[in-house]
Design a protein around this ligand. Sequence first.
Ligand code: PLP
Length: 426
Amino acid sequence: MENKKIDTLCVHAGYTPSKGEPCALPIYQSTTFKYDTTDEMGQLFDLKADGYFYTRLANPTNDAVAAKIAALEGGVAAILTSSGQAANFYAVFNICEAGDHVVAASTLYGGTFNLFAVTLAKLGITCTFVDTDASAEEIAAAFQPNTKALFAETIANPALVILDIEKFARVAHENGVPLIIDNTFATPVNCRPFEWGADIVTHSTTKYMDGHALQVGGVIVDSGNFDWDAYGDKYHGLTTPDESYHGIVYTKQFGKKAYITKATSQLMRDLGSIPSPMNSFLLNIGLETLSLRVERHCSNAQKVAEYLNAHDKVSSVCYAGLPGDKYYDLAQKYLPNGTCGVISFELNGGRDAAIRFMDSLDMANIATHVAASKTMVLHPASHTHRQMNDEQLAEAGVSPGMIRLSIGIEHVDDIIADLEKALKNA
Ligand code: PLP
């Protein structure tokens, strides 16, 4: 599949049927796999032979979809997880342990922020958050001798901040750590962070990759570019014998695939969180049309953002495709074909007008989700941030009137007609 365009990779990468085999990726809905001799299976347990023995560690359907996403991102290997949350947890926990530290951009998805600020701290891994727009010097100042990774989102959910990936990659590498990027909102169709210096990419595949709101899933992809051996003491889990795996040294035995092999053979073995093969099959169907859908999500969102921006009941629109948006220039550099389908905006009438607007929509679904084929809308102050008063909302960067709109792939005229009718009542 080398040298093929991303549209072709979406359809073909990861699974090439031989003569007489099914054209559609088969669902290997089996926990286990059969062998004829004791030694055959023993070789698999020692990681000395390739093959499947238990689905928590590897499954042909899951592996085919992971290989497709690795090809889309231009990485050397990938592992699927049961959710985006699991992907971000494993991406960090694969190289961090109690006593370690990570630096992360502050504009993260709320679940990831909690993971880093609260749950990882309970495991002894602390996090310093830096302003996503901070200078390289300010980001570098957050590093400590025990810092093991720098983490950020290409397009932050829900702030829609665009990351200066090259700046973050430079700071990470000057401090001898990998840059981990959550590329969920951009997708590899609009941005491939490895081309800008990122080392590891994660996704909530629940979003655009699936695209139909069918399954919850995640993925971690490794570029294979970070030189773990150059910082062998720091990443000793990869560079010294793993006593829980017969003394294997991952970098020695697996080279560029060391990081993903460790995530599979250690974290999946001990913590689980694999997707079901059925969910991976559904994800694969979504991936086949990813490039087509992303193009439509972005062209629709651009037109809707322009429409809202010109509407007299709308006080502000946040969408990096709009000239004049704070992140327009960064979006032109890193995401020249479009950013994503998510827009946030505010009405002059604030919270009450937002509620009247939402309740007057006919076609758009009120739903806690983004990035699906259907247009979906959420009022953070009434939903995801409902427990907060106005003061707390301001601290979280959510204004009481903010509406988050995830533009689907319907005809844009019908989306705008739905918004127009609802705005009349707002
Ligand atoms: N990363 C981003 C950018 C997200 O938007 C989300 C969920 O919305 C996640 C990670 C978590 O993914 P999941 O819901 O699949 O666990």
